[in-house]
Design a protein. Structure first.
Length: 99
């Protein structure tokens, strides 16, 4: 996917992204309205600020914290969650089913 700037990449300030894998017809590929960074979803990489535990979640949202469930960590008792350090594309369903 093409990264778009925070101010938009069109004259009217609209954010438009293009999938690089989609076919191009007549010099123009399929274009989609880009998702703001705060609403990105996918496979998130999390790190607990208290115990340093690292985990991934395929249902991560950038603006939603998850709790650490490591043994001996008290962050979840205090309702202190961790936000994802990075969000990647989610694993395909067939790959998750084989595990």
């Amino acid at each position: 996917w093409k990264k778009v700037s925070a101010s938009g990449n069109k004259r009217n300030g609209e954010f438009v992204a293009r999938c690089k894998k989609c076919p191009v017809v007549g010099g123009v590929g399929l274009k989609y309205v880009a998702i703001p960074v705060e609403e990105e979803r996918g496979k998130g990489l999390f790190e607990c600020g208290e115990c340093g535990n690292v985990w991934t979640s395929n249902t991560a949202c950038r603006s939603l914290a998850q709790y650490c469930w490591a043994e001996g960590c008290t962050a979840s008792d205090r309702m202190q969650g961790a936000y994802p350090k990075e969000v990647r594309a989610p694993d395909p369903g067939w790959l998750r089913a084989r595990r």
